[in-house]
Ligand binder design. Structure first.
Ligand code: HEM
Length: 149
């Protein structure tokens, strides 16, 4: 009888829940970055391209961008947003305050800029949580850009 109990215990031990080294260990996926959730680099390039087209067609702020190298700007913006969203990019442009200093960007210009971005997010049907997170990244830069002399 004691032998049967012992055998049962050994069997239960062998089939019981796996320890930390079992095959299931570490299978909980690491949380995805915003960059991944947005769809990676191609998705970000598409979004930024569409957004810059909105900006260029927006009479409220288009004059700021006249004569600007839009290809270069697109590249910098993609790298910047990619990096800030946790993607594998490195932004090499100027810091936001230095870049926008002297442009006299006012709150109404800012609002137009964000509105243009929201239109692209809607057009590409970016889901609410991802849109919210990207807009939060952008919003965090507001004070460095608006009201810079
Ligand atoms: C969070 C919002 C914004 C971000 C992330 C952003 C980002 C950038 C970046 C990365 C550059 C290029 C930096 C470089 O070449 O080193 C840039 C340039 C520029 N930004 Fe912004 N920007 C923002 C808001 C605005 C707004 C609201 C305006 C105007 C309404 C504006 C106007 C410009 C212009 C005109 C340039 C190009 C200047 C030039 O090349 O001579 N930006 N911005």
């Amino acid at each position: 009888m004691r032998l049967a109990v012992l055998l049962l215990m050994v069997m239960l031990g062998a089939c019981g829940p796996k320890g930390a080294t079992g095959p299931g260990a570490g299978s909980a996926a690491a949380p995805k970055t915003l960059y991944d959730r947005l769809g990676g680099r191609d998705a970000l390039i598409g979004l930024v391209e569409d957004f810059l087209a909105n900006v260029a067609a927006d009479r409220r702020i288009a004059p700021f961008f006249q004569g600007v190298d839009t290809q270069g700007l697109r590249q910098k913006l993609v790298d910047q947003l990619c990096e800030l969203a946790g993607g594998p990019c490195k932004y090499t442009g100027r810091d936001m305050r230095t870049m926008h200093d002297g442009m006299a960007i006012k709150p109404e210009h800012w609002d137009a800029f964000v509105e243009d971005l929201k239109r692209s997010l809607e057009k590409f049907k970016v889901a609410e949580p991802e849109a919210k997170d990207l807009l939060a990244i952008v919003e965090a830069m507001r004070d460095q850009i608006v009201g810079a002399k």
